[in-house]
Design a protein around this ligand. Structure first.
Ligand SMILES: Cc1cc2nc3c(=O)[nH]c(=O)nc-3n(C[C@H](O)[C@H](O)[C@H](O)COP(=O)(O)OP(=O)(O)OC[C@H]3O[C@@H](n4cnc5c(N)ncnc54)[C@H](O)[C@@H]3O)c2cc1C
Length: 415
C-alpha cells in the first residue's frame, strides 16, 4: 500500500533510533521526532551492556522474598518511595500477578525469543552503520561474593541452560586469572561470553540517527503534544509549538513518557519508571578489561570510552522527583569493594528512567484501537540489548511483513 506521508517515529532514544534506522534502510521515508538531542533520555546513561542473560522474569517467588528486606532498608538495591507506594499499587499488583508459575515461563519464553537473537541483530546493525568498533571484544563476569550467593543465584544459570546460552563458572584463582583487579574475597564468578558492551551508549544513538539521516530520514526537534486521528486512523502528530506533522503511520517510542500519550489515546498502559543511577569516573586509575555485574548488589561496572562507569540500582519514585544521589554513591562503594584499585576522581553522576512494565517484557505492538498507530516501549533493563531486534521487528510490523518472532506476548492489550 502506498503512503502519502512519511512514517513518524516519536522519541529518539535507542528504541526509536533503531526503528527509524531500520525503516530508513529499507527505503521508507522516516521522520524522527524528539524534544531534545537524540539519546539524552534513559539511553544516555545505561550500563552499555548487551545483557543476553538478563531476561529472567523479575517477578518470581525468590524476588518476592527479598521485598520486605528491601522495604526496611533505604540503602537496598531496590527501593520504593513510601510517598509513591499507594500510587504504584495497581502496577505492583500486576507485578505480583506476573509471578504466577505459568506466567513466569511465558515471560521467559518471550524474553528468550528476543535475547537469543539480540547479539546477532545488534552486530548486524553496527556493521550496517560502520560502528562495529563500538562493541567490545571482552565480555562480562557475573560476580558472587560467597558460595551461598552463587547458590542463591542459580535460577539465572538454569535460565541460560534452558535456552541454550553459554557460560563458564569460575572459582578462586581462575577468576583472578581473567581479571587480576578483582577483590580476592570474591569466591565465584560466571563468565558470560555473549555479554559484550559498547563504548558509549549516547554516541551510539547519535551514530544511528546520523545513519538514518544519510538514508534520507529527517530529524525534527519538537515537544510532542498529541496525536490527531480520524475514523480511518492516525492523521498527524501535533507538536506543542503548533506544528502539525502529517502521517498515516506513527510509532510511539517515547520511553517512560509513552504512558501519557497512550492514556490520551484511550490505551492506558501500566508503565512506571525504575530510576537508575550511574557514576562516570574519568580518572579511575585502573584499567579494567571486562564488564562486571554483581546481581546481589544490583550494580555493574563497565569500562567505557570515557573511563569506568559504575551504575545500576532500582528506585521506584515519582518521575519528577529529584535524584537521590546517595544511591549512586552506594554503588561506587560496592565498586571499590569489587575493584580495590578503583579511584573515584574526576567523575560525574547521572540518573535516568527505565521504562518498566510489570511483567518485565516490552510492548512492541500495533495499537488495539487506532489504525496506523504502533507502540514500542517498556524495554526496562534491556533497552540497549533489545534495540536492534526491536528495530527489525517493528519495521516488519509497520511494513506489513511477518516478523521472525512471535509478537503476541508483546501486545499492548495484554494487561
Ligand atoms: C542505570 C541504567 C542502566 C542500564 N543499563 C542497561 C544495560 O546495560 N543494557 C541494556 O540493555 N539496557 C540498560 N538500561 C535500560 C535502557 O537504558 C533503557 O531500556 C532504554 O534506554 C530505553 O530506551 P527508550 O528509547 O525506550 O527510552 P529513552 O532513551 O528514554 O528515549 C525516549 C525519548 O523520547 C523523548 N520524548 C519523551 N517525551 C517526549 C515528548 N513529549 N516530545 C518529544 N520527545 C519526547 C525523550 O526526549 C527521549 O529521547 C539501563 C537503564 C538505566 C537507567
Amino acid at each position: 500500500m502506498e503512503h502519502k506521508h512519511p512514517v513518524i517515529v516519536a522519541g529518539a532514544g535507542i528504541i526509536g533510533a533503531a526503528i527509524a534506522l531500520e525503516l530508513s534502510a529499507r527505503g521508507e521515508k522516516v521522520v524522527l521526532v524528539d524534544r531534545q538531542e537524540p539519546g539524552r533520555g534513559a539511553s544516555f546513561g545505561n550500563m552499555a551492556s548487551i545483557a543476553i542473560n538478563g531476561f529472567d522474569a523479575i517477578s518470581r517467588p525468590s524476588t518476592w522474598k527479598k521485598i520486605p528486606g528491601w522495604m526496611m532498608n533505604p540503602n537496598a538495591p531496590v527501593t520504593v518511595d513510601p510517598l509513591y507506594a499507594m500510587k504504584m499499587l495497581p502496577w505492583f499488583l500486576k507485578f505480583l500477578a506476573a509471578g504466577r508459575p505459568s506466567r513466569i515461563r511465558e515471560i521467559e519464553d518471550a524474553g528468550a525469543s528476543l535475547a537469543t537473537r539480540a547479539l546477532g541483530d545488534f552486530t548486524t546493525m553496527l556493521d550496517a552503520i560502520g560502528a562495529r568498533d563500538m562493541l567490545s571484544e571482552a565480555a562480562c563476569l557475573q560476580l558472587y561474593e560467597t558460595e551461598k550467593a552463587f547458590a542463591d543465584g542459580r535460577e539465572n544459570l538454569e535460565l541460560m541452560d534452558r535456552y541454550g546460552l553459554n557460560y563458564e563458572v569460575l572459582t578462586g584463582a581462575a577468576i583472578r586469572e581473567r581479571e587480576p583487579l578483582l577483590n580476592p574475597a570474591i569466591e565465584k564468578a560466571v563468565l558470560l561470553p555473549q555479554n559484550h558492551f559498547i563504548s558509549n551508549p549516547f554516541l551510539l544513538v547519535k551514530r544511528m540517527v546520523d545513519a538514518t539521516q544519510r538514508n534520507g530520514g529527517q530529524l525534527v526537534t519538537g515537544d510532542i503534544a498529541r496525536v490527531e486521528r480520524d475514523n480511518r486512523g492516525v492523521t498527524a502528530l501535533i507538536l506543542k509549538d503548533g506544528r502539525r506533522l502529517e502521517t498515516e503511520r506513527l510509532i510511539v517510542a517515547m520511553g517512560v513518557h509513552t504512558g501519557d500519550l497512550a492514556q490520551a489515546l484511550d490505551e492506558p498502559i501500566p508503565l512506571e519508571t525504575e530510576r537508575g543511577y550511574h557514576t562516570q569516573i574519568m580518572s579511575p586509575g585502573t584499567d579494567l578489561r571486562w564488564s562486571l555485574i554483581w546481581p546481589e548488589r544490583a550494580f555493574m561496572i563497565t569500562p567505557t570510552a570515557g573511563g569506568i562507569r559504575v551504575g545500576g540500582s532500582v528506585e521506584m519514585a515519582r518521575l519528577e522527583r529529584a535524584p537521590t544521589w546517595k544511591r549512586a554513591r552506594i554503588l561506587v562503594e560496592h565498586a571499590k569493594f569489587a575493584v580495590p584499585s578503583l579511584k573515584v576522581e574526576n567523575h560525574t553522576e547521572w540518573m535516568g528512567h527505565r521504562p518498566a512494565l510489570p511483567d518485565t517484557i516490552p510492548i512492541m505492538s500495533a495499537s488495539a484501537r487506532t489504525n496506523g498507530l504502533y507502540y514500542a516501549t517498556g524495554h526496562g533493563h534491556l533497552g540497549l540489548t533489545y534495540s536492534a531486534t526491536a528495530g527489525l521487528l517493528m519495521a516488519d510490523m509497520i511494513m506489513g511483513r511477518t516478523p521472525p518472532v512471535e509478537m503476541r506476548p508483546f501486545r499492548i492489550d495484554r494487561f
